[in-house]
Design a binder for this molecule. Structure first.
Ligand code: PPS
Length: 341
């Protein structure tokens, strides 16, 4: 039986929302907060929160859970490839191979969906119109096993039986690099369309006003579960430092039993330069063509560095960021982030 979403959803105060709507052009429908965490989402989330909370996971699902910009896409390509016989010749888009459960909550109706996702929907829901239900939710629900599911939702907003049912790979990244990456992302994608500069973005980040945050709330949820037998907790910086070591950990956790040679193939296939070169991994070209991405911004798969933040943060921005870290010290001091690898 379905359980109601147990948290309160409140519309953001007009005094906070209106200035944001002038700088994030896509937030025309407004924003909501989940209480008591203060987690921010576009208002469409209210329509789906119950459905995500009751989403039925399967025993052979693997869920990739991250705050945005912490290594999701890299892991989706790695884990899908590892779990699908090291198939490096697939012509299916990553969005279809590894669906994004709550994407319907993040994009407005003005955006044209990706054709491969619509095709997957039509194949799995003959005769139904994706505008009547959640396109991405349905594509995820009806995906064939074994599913490799992407989510940016924290544990609390998904089915409480998630960890009793399947495995979760939680990945995080130092918040300075995540912030730079999110800045570029929110300028790029028309489902946010941020038009300000980096200093302004840091201001919103440090006030925990950005969607799919607060960052530390998300990380605290993942960190609390790091020792659960069905959780593998990863750092983006560790993957940058030694990808084969992290692939071996994934191989153990997922029971994929790949040979060292196969792991090397996965490492090569998921190198940033190789992922950028494939439309099946990097949606930038296709999304720009159909008006989902703003032309002239950096691509969806961008630099992929650790430590790139140092050329963005002025001493003033560092001081502002530090204050925000101090505010969240109870979590921030616990998690051993590395700021350069
Ligand atoms: S999203 O939109 O939240 O799903 O973004 P996410 O995939 O979590 O994070 C995007 C950042 O990861 C970088 N990236 C990679 N780094 C190393 N290797 C590979 N293969 C790779 N693929 C994506 C991507 O470039 C983003 O980081 P930045 O710093 O912006 O370059």
């Amino acid at each position: 039986m379905a359980s109601p979403f147990p948290f309160e959803l409140t519309r953001m105060e007009r005094s906070e929302e209106e200035p944001l709507q002038k700088r994030f052009l896509a937030y025309t429908e407004g924003l909501v907060r989940v209480q008591p965490s203060g987690y921010v989402m576009p208002s469409q989330y209210s329509k789906f929160a119950d459905k995500y909370y009751n989403f039925c996971f399967r025993e052979d699902d693997v869920v990739i859970m991250t705050h945005p910009k912490c290594g999701t896409t890299w892991l989706q390509e790695i884990i899908w490839t590892m779990r699908n016989g090291v198939d490096i010749n697939t012509d299916l888009a990553l969005d279809v191979r590894s669906p994004f459960i709550e994407f319907d909550s993040l994009e407005g109706p003005h955006l044209k969906p990706f054709q491969p996702t619509v095709d997957a929907f039509n194949e799995r829901n003959p005769g139904r119109d994706h505008r009547d239900v959640g396109l991405h939710l349905e594509v995820t629900m009806r995906a064939p096993s074994p599913r490799t599911i992407k989510t940016h939702l924290p544990f609390a907003y998904l089915n409480p039986n998630l960890l009793d049912t399947c495995k979760v790979v939680y990945c995080t990244r130092n918040p300075k690099d995540a912030c730079v990456s999110y800045y570029h992302h929110q300028r790029l994608v028309r489902c946010t369309e941020f038009i300000g500069d980096f200093a302004e973005f840091v201001d919103y980040w440090c006030q925990d006003l950005l969607t799919q945050g607060p960052f530390w709330f998300h990380v605290s949820e993942g960190w609390a579960q790091r020792s659960h037998p069905n959780v593998l907790f990863l750092f983006y910086e560790d993957m940058k430092e030694d990808i084969l070591r992290e692939l071996r950990r994934l191989d153990d956790f997922l029971n994929t039993a790949l040979t060292e040679r196969q792991l090397q193939t996965v490492a090569n296939h998921t190198k940033i330069s190789n992922m950028k070169a494939r439309g099946t991994s990097d949606p930038t070209e296709a999304a720009t063509r159909i008006g989902r991405f703003v032309e002239g911004e950096e691509g969806f798969i961008r630099k992929g560095e650790s430590g790139g933040w140092s050329s963005y943060f002025t001493p003033e921005l560092e001081a502002k960021f530090q204050k925000w870290m101090d505010k969240w010290a109870h979590v921030a001091k616990e998690v051993p982030f590395r700021y350069k690898v």
